[in-house]
Design a protein around this ligand. Sequence first.
Ligand SMILES: [Zn+2]
Length: 53
Amino acid sequence: MKLNKEWHLEHKMPKKPSVEQQISWHLEHQKYCQCAPIPKKLLEEIKKRNLEI
Ligand SMILES: [Zn+2]
């Protein structure tokens, strides 16, 4: 697991993120950092929206 500290500093998760905000954060996140996988619940939401992972 590699943490991309710079990316995290530039991309803070909002304090009370909507599902959409969480999805877009995680989709960007996985491109640049592998510190945490996308939570299962969020994966389901992504699937519901037919989004590419
Ligand atoms: Zn990360």
